[in-house]
Ligand binder design. Structure first.
Ligand SMILES: Cc1cc2nc3c(=O)[nH]c(=O)nc-3n(C[C@H](O)[C@H](O)[C@H](O)COP(=O)(O)OP(=O)(O)OC[C@H]3O[C@@H](n4cnc5c(N)ncnc54)[C@H](O)[C@@H]3O)c2cc1C
Length: 388
C-alpha cells in the first residue's frame, strides 16, 4: 500500500534497515489480498496525484538536438518532473555518437570511444557499465607510419556503448518524448512563449524555454537575431571529418585495434569489430585528418572512399584482400578546433539555452556535462521564478 508510511519506506528501500540497538518487536502480520489493497485505493486518482507537476506553472521545454548533450539535459529535466520534448533531424537520436549498420556489419562512424575523467560523469558511466549499456574496449593501440606499425603504451580506459555507440543515446532517451526526423527552423515569439516550426512549416508546439543542443553553426541558424548569444557562436570553428566504413572478407594482418596514423590523409583507424559485442567479421572505420577533409568538403562518398582506403593500406603496409563493403560519411562539424570552457550558455531574458560538446571539451564527456549544466541553469531559473 504505497499510501501508508510503511509502504513508502518499502518503496524507498528503507523498510527493513537495521535499527541499532536491535530490539525484538512482537506484532501481528495482517494478511490483506491485493484485491483488498486495490479496493482501498483509487488508483487512477492516485496516479494523477503523484504525477502532477510539483509546481503547476513549471516551464515546458523544447530541446532541439538529440545528441548526447541534448539528451543529457532532457534526462535531468525530466527526472525533475519538467515536461520536455526533444526534436532531432536524424532518423534516430544520437547525433555524432551513432552507429551505422551495413549488411552484417556495424560501424561507429562518429565518436570512437569515450573516456570518463570527471567524477560526475564517472558515476553515470559506472551505472551504464553495470546495466550493460557500455563496456571497456581493450584496444591494442599502435602508431602507423609509412608502411610500418609500432605499439603504443596507453593507460587510457576506453569505453564504448554496447552493442553500438548509439546505445548511450538510446539509454538516455528512454521515457523521453523524442520526435525524430524533424528539422526545426527559427523559433517564433508568441506572447511570452516560443513557437517551433519544422522545415515543412508544420507547427511543433509552443514552449516556455528553448534549448539548442547542436553544433554552433546549426545553433546560429536557429537563434540568429533571437538571442544575444548568437555572437558567441561565431567564435567556435568546427572541423570537418570524412569517415570511411570498410568491411573486409578476411581479417587484416594487423596486430592492433586502434591506430594513430601519421603522415597520411588518414589520421585514425579502428577495428570496429574488436569492440565488445560487435557482429563477427572484420570491420574498420577510417577517419581522415581535418585538413584533408576540409579540402574535400564538397566531394562525394565515392570520391573519398577509395583514396582513404588506399592511404590506410599504404600507412600500415598491409594487403586489403577483398573488400566486402565500403561507404563514407562526411561530418561537417566533427569536433571544435578550440572548444569553449563555459559549460553552457543561457539567455535568461529570452529563455534560450545553448549546450553542446563545444561548450565543454568537444568530446562525449563534455557533451554530457554540458547538457547537465544546461539542465542546472533551467532548474535554477525555475527556482528563482518561484522566489526560492
Ligand atoms: C568523426 C568523429 C570522431 C569523434 N571521436 C570521438 C571520440 O573518440 N571520443 C569522444 O569522446 N568524442 C568523439 N567525438 C565527438 C563526439 O561525438 C561529440 O562530442 C558528441 O557526440 C557531441 O554531442 P552533442 O550532443 O554536443 O552534439 P551532436 O551529437 O552533434 O548532436 C546534435 C544533434 O542536433 C541535431 N540537429 C541539428 N540541427 C537540428 C535542427 N535544426 N533540428 C533538429 N535537430 C537538429 C542533429 O541531428 C544531432 O543529432 C567524435 C566526433 C566525430 C564526428
Amino acid at each position: 500500500d504505497p499510501n501508508s508510511y510503511g509502504g513508502l519506506l518499502w518503496c524507498l528501500g528503507l523498510f527493513d534497515r537495521p535499527f541499532t540497538p536491535p530490539k525484538l518487536i512482537v506484532g501481528t502480520v495482517r494478511p490483506r489480498s491485493i484485491q483488498a489493497h486495490a479496493e482501498r485505493l483509487d488508483l487512477v486518482q492516485y496516479a494523477a496525484h503523484v504525477s502532477r507537476p510539483v509546481h503547476p506553472d513549471d516551464p515546458e521545454v523544447a530541446i532541439v538536438g538529440g545528441g548526447i548533450s541534448g539528451l543529457a539535459a532532457a534526462r535531468a529535466l525530466s527526472d525533475h518532473n519538467i515536461r520536455v520534448t526533444v526534436f532531432d533531424r536524424g532518423r534516430t537520436p544520437g547525433g555524432r555518437a551513432s552507429t551505422r549498420v551495413t549488411g552484417r556489419q556495424s560501424f561507429d562512424h562518429g565518436a570512437q570511444y569515450f573516456t570518463a575523467r570527471d567524477e560526475r560523469f564517472q558515476r553515470y558511466v559506472s551505472s551504464w557499465v553495470k546495466d550493460g549499456i557500455a563496456a571497456r574496449w581493450q584496444a591494442r593501440v599502435g602508431v602507423a607510419k609509412h608502411g610500418a606499425i609500432e605499439g603504443k603504451e596507453s593507460a587510457v580506459a576506453r569505453l564504448v556503448g554496447v552493442p553500438g555507440m548509439n546505445a548511450i543515446a538510446r539509454h538516455l532517451a528512454a521515457d523521453i518524448h523524442v520526435e525524430s526526423g524533424v528539422k526545426v527552423t527559427r523559433p517564433r515569439r508568441v506572447g511570452s512563449r516560443w513557437q517551433l516550426v519544422d522545415d515543412r512549416q508544420t507547427e511543433l508546439g509552443e514552449f516556455d524555454i528553448v534549448i539548442v543542443a547542436t553544433p554552433p553553426q546549426q545553433a546560429a541558424a536557429l537563434i540568429a537575431d533571437r538571442s544575444t548569444l548568437a555572437e558567441v557562436l561565431t567564435r567556435v570553428r568546427m572541423r570537418p571529418c570524412w569517415a570511411v566504413m570498410v568491411g573486409f572478407e578476411q581479417p587484416l594482418l594487423i596486430d592492433y585495434d586502434a591506430l594513430f596514423v601519421h603522415d597520411s590523409p588518414v589520421g585514425w583507424a579502428a577495428r570496429n569489430s574488436s569492440k565488445p559485442q560487435r557482429p563477427d567479421g572484420e570491420s574498420w572505420v577510417l577517419h581522415a585528418t581535418p585538413e584533408w577533409s576540409d579540402h574535400r568538403r564538397d566531394s562525394t562518398a565515392e570520391e573519398v572512399s577509395k583514396p582513404l582506403l588506399k592511404a590506410f593500406l599504404e600507412a600500415t603496409g598491409v594487403d586489403a584482400g577483398s573488400v566486402a563493403s565500403i561507404d563514407a560519411h562526411r561530418w561537417l562539424y566533427s569536433q571544435a578546433a578550440e572548444p569553449l570552457d563555459v559549460g553552457c550558455l543561457w539567455d535568461a531574458g529570452n529563455s534560450i539555452g545553448i549546450c553542446g560538446d563545444w561548450c565543454s571539451g568537444s568530446r562525449i564527456e563534455g557533451a554530457f556535462l554540458s547538457g547537465m549544466a544546461m539542465a542546472g541553469r533551467v532548474l535554477s531559473h525555475r527556482l528563482s521564478r518561484h522566489g526560492l
